[in-house]
Design a protein around this ligand. Structure first.
Ligand SMILES: *[C@@H]1O[C@H](CO)[C@@H](O)[C@H](O)[C@H]1NC(C)=O
Length: 349
């Protein structure tokens, strides 16, 4: 598994990615198409009847307006940083936003929905979120709208082929499904995590092949985050006394990530270099934890916004504790990183 920025460079060719200063004349940024859960969602859940929401303060507190946008962060999220690296005029709009039309269709679209995982039964408790099969249907609708703007299906297909796809799922299938307390149907069905990982990988394989059929040729697939270290897990799992990451969850994440690597190699063997398995920065969490100051962080366990032990219980709401020095925190809410964490990704050189 490579770093995100290296993954970008592999998929797009180094010359396309930021080289400090103005892009080559004639450079046209590729479409950015985002699929997945809360790490990707830039506002789709604002339009949905679900408990997974980032539409009230203090979400967005560090953005220029200080207002929530639906991103699960204090300001920018991963797709925002990718848009900057690609030199898009603005990040792709949420698919459900009425703003996604005209010129904006040329920046791509964001189909991600907080709470979504690989499996349909992940996030059942979260109500009406957009699960992956529906995200793929929405993408087909988007392609029709794009075709109408660029003068035909063929032109739209070419843009899609050159587009950058981000597929960011995996952690929720563990935290909100297999390891979800107090009872997990999946855990009684698959008694060893290995078998559950096999199920996830086989479903993921179907989705990635479907994405390929729909025109994706450059797809970054993020690995599972280091979800055993999330404030929500530190607060709720007994094994984490002293703020240690939960070993069972850490093990499951590394199983999943190594199977994901295998899957990507297999698919690329058949299709050419289409997929890159990239570690998101939370996977690098171990490095942050052992030497946070090197990355500019002082707090790697406690969430900035939340309540209870490690601020890891419940949701981030206007009534929650809120840290003043957000740049120094790795985690924004009980399950999602700060803008500072996303921004500490190494810059392309
Ligand atoms: C998930 O749900 C979709 C409908 O939204 C369905 O077509 C698909 O077969 C389901 N997948 C599985 C593995 O059950």
């Amino acid at each position: 598994m490579v770093g995100l920025v290296v993954g970008l460079a592999i998929l797009l060719g180094c010359s396309l990615v930021d080289r400090v200063g103005a892009p080559d004349p004639g450079y046209v940024p590729p479409l950015l198409l985002v699929f997945g859960g809360s790490r990707g969602d830039s506002g789709n859940n604002n339009y949905l009847d679900t408990t997974v929401k980032a539409d009230s303060p203090p979400y967005g507190i560090d953005s220029p307006t200080g207002q929530p946008t639906g991103r699960f962060s204090n300001y920018r999220n991963l797709p925002d940083f990718l848009s900057v690296a690609l030199k898009l005029p603005e990040p792709p709009s949420p698919y459900l936003s009425p703003q996604l039309n005209g010129e904006r269709l040329l920046y791509g679209a964001n189909f991600a929905s907080g709470g979504a995982g690989i499996l349909n039964d992940t996030g059942v408790q979260q109500g009406n979120i957009i699960r992956i099969p529906k995200q793929l249907l929405a993408f087909q609708q988007y392609k029709k709208k794009l075709a109408a703007v660029v003068g035909g299906t063929k032109q739209a297909e070419q843009l899609v082929n050159k587009g950058l796809f981000l597929f960011a799922v995996g952690s929720a299938d563990f935290t909100d499904n297999y390891f979800s307390p107090p009872f997990s149907a999946r855990a009684s069905q698959y008694t060893v995590p290995d078998e559950f990982v096999d199920l996830l990988i086989s479903e993921l394989s179907n989705y990635l092949l479907r994405l390929y059929e729909l025109g994706a040729r450059r797809t970054l697939v993020t690995g599972a985050s280091q979800f055993g270290c999330l404030p929500a897990q530190l607060a709720t799992r007994g094994s984490t006394a002293g703020g240690e990451c939960d070993p069972e969850l850490v093990n499951a994440a590394s199983l999943f990530n190594s199977e994901l690597n295998r899957l990507v190699q297999q698919l690329n063997g058949r299709l050419g270099l289409v997929f890159v398995a990239a570690a998101n920065s939370v996977t690098l969490y171990t490095a942050f934890r052992s030497n946070p100051e090197a990355y500019g962080f002082t707090e790697t366990r406690v969430a900035c916004c939340g309540q209870g032990p490690y601020n890891g219980l419940g949701q981030c709401t206007p009534a929650s504790n809120l840290c003043p020095n957000r740049d120094e925190y790795v985690f924004w809410d009980p399950t999602n990183p700060t803008t500072g964490l996303w921004g500490s990704l190494p810059k392309p050189s």
